[in-house]
Design a protein around this ligand. Structure first.
Ligand code: 13P
Length: 249
């Protein structure tokens, strides 16, 4: 059985004081939520505040990106060892906003995923189709390309430590959630790619999260699909009560 995993992606929101205030409200609401793993992925500069505020709770703190070199002349970048050093446990890789606005490719997704794994950071690797790709019937082909470029070159041991997030781009921040059936179809397609490359046991074990307008009032229907192992939540993770009710679906 795959343990559910609920991850909040705060994107470019909140300062350090707001981060501390959030955890003060959020932690009591999820103190008994041992049915699921929980992570909050905060902006780089607020990671120390988030780690301090999460304290000894079960809530893991993650980053939203990393660069693949350990250190060097890469102005503006942040490395895996730096994230580990401030107490991060996980990191989002290849979010569609990184792909769309910052020229992320399947090749750089792979490099970042490998760098995360080398540093014992748990990568949450994002895949998902754009609206025109879905409308032209290319969803599965896009997922296959993203899987082959960004994930398939990993070793089986590396792949075993990855979480995948399926985030259809048209559902992000739009209020248009994929129906539970649509999401489950995409998850099944991803899982069959995993079966073909890494085998049935790896496919049974890998967690695939759904992301895109997950809210307290639609999470239950999504989580009722056996294919959906959790959620990567943007907007609705910014408010403690709202994210707690998603965690406690
Ligand atoms: P929303 O939940 O705001 O649609 O964002 C989803 C997302 O991009 C999570 O990574």
């Amino acid at each position: 059985m795959r343990k559910p995993f609920m991850a909040g992606n705060w994107k470019m929101y909140k300062n350090a004081a707001e981060t501390a205030a959030y955890f003060e409200k959020f932690l009591p609401l999820v103190a008994a939520s041992t049915h699921c793993d929980i992570a909050i992925c905060a902006p780089f500069v607020n990671l120390p505040a988030a780690v301090a505020a999460a304290g000894a709770s079960r809530v893991e703190i993650g980053a939203q990106n990393l660069y693949w070199a350990k250190e060097g002349a890469f102005t503006g970048e942040i490395s895996g060892p730096m994230l580990v050093n401030v107490g991060c446990k996980c990191v989002i890789v290849g979010h569609s906003e990184r792909r769309q606005y910052f020229h992320e490719t399947d090749e750089t997704v792979l490099k970042r995923t490998q760098a995360a794994l080398e540093n014992v950071l748990h990568p949450i690797v994002c895949v998902g189709e754009r609206v025109e790709e879905r409308e032209s019937g290319k969803t599965e082909a896009v997922l296959q390309t993203q899987f082959e470029g960004g994930l398939a070159p990993l070793s089986p041991a590396q792949f075993a430590k990855v979480t995948i997030a399926y985030e259809p781009v048209w559902a992000i921040g739009t209020g248009k959630t994929a129906t539970p059936e649509m999401a489950a179809d995409a998850h099944r397609a991803i899982r069959s790619l995993v079966t073909a490359k890494f085998g049935a046991a790896a496919a049974q074990q890998v967690r695939i999260l759904y992301g895109g307008s997950v809210k307290p009032d639609n999470v239950k229907g999504l989580m009722a699909q056996p294919e959906i192992d959790g959620a990567l939540v943007g907007g609705a993770s910014l408010e403690p009560a709202s994210f707690a009710s998603i965690v406690n679906f």
